[in-house]
Design a protein around this ligand. Structure first.
Ligand code: E4P
Length: 218
């Protein structure tokens, strides 16, 4: 299972990268705005900076257009920033058409804002490289987000779709562990749940005892 970090914060991307477990990055307009990025030139420079840190992993850059022609124009511009850019396209009618266009032109896409198995089937049929079902936002409205991941993994397996299931909107370490059990291809999450995976009180207690006993050998 691949680990992507879901942030536009360069410090956090660098920290996850240095941990040696980072396979890619996902961003969205809200995450970019949170970093105070404004204007086309700065947006492009920021994506370039992310791609420079994560040279060998996919970096999702989201279009903000909603009609076919503009999505294609914007996506083609984003794709030129670096070879590892993946164009993130919303699950809307013109988005599906654009995903098909990009697939035909060898531009990888990540179909975002997916909340149902039907939407995931359309994304795969159109040729998306990744589909992003949002677990946390479904949980927020009393719907089981992990069940959706399981459904999509099964459907893609049965039909041999190549689209990778990128579990998004992850809120805590159990989401990551459950996604691993279900067979999600990728999880994207903020730095905190990734670091929370490290933690176990017995590890801390065990290590301090080992270090204490090690002093007896000096
Ligand atoms: C996915 O790619 C999205 O950027 C992200 O996972 C959304 O997460 P949120 O629901 O925590 O905003």
């Amino acid at each position: 299972m691949k680990f992507f970090i879901d942030t536009a914060n360069l410090k956090e991307i660098q920290e996850a990268h240095e941990l040696g477990i980072l396979d890619g990055v996902t961003t969205n307009p809200s995450l970019m705005a949170k970093e105070g990025i404004k204007g086309k030139a700065n947006i492009i420079a920021h994506y370039k900076a992310i791609c420079d840190i994560v040279k060998h992993g996919d970096v999702s850059a989201e279009v903000i257009s909603t009609d076919f022609a503009s999505i294609v124009k914007e996506g083609e511009e984003l794709a030129k920033i670096a070879p590892n850019i993946v164009v993130k396209v919303p699950m809307i009618k013109d988005g599906v058409k654009a995903i098909k266009y990009f697939a035909d032109h060898k531009i990888p896409t990540n179909c975002t804002l997916v909340f149902s198995a039907g939407q995931a089937i359309l994304a795969a049929k159109a040729g998306a490289k990744y589909v992003s079902p949002f677990i946390g936002r479904l949980d927020d409205v009393s719907t089981n987000g992990l069940s959706l991941i399981e459904d999509i993994v099964n459907i893609y397996e049965v039909h041999g779709f190549q689209t990778e299931v990128l579990a998004a909107s992850i809120r805590h370490p159990m989401h990551i562990i459950e996604c691993a059990k279900i067979g999600a291809d990728v999880v994207t999450c903020p730095l905190t749940p990734i670091l929370q995976l490290l933690k176990h009180p017995l590890t801390d207690v065990g290590l301090s005892k080992f270090l204490e006993d090690a002093k007896k050998m000096e």
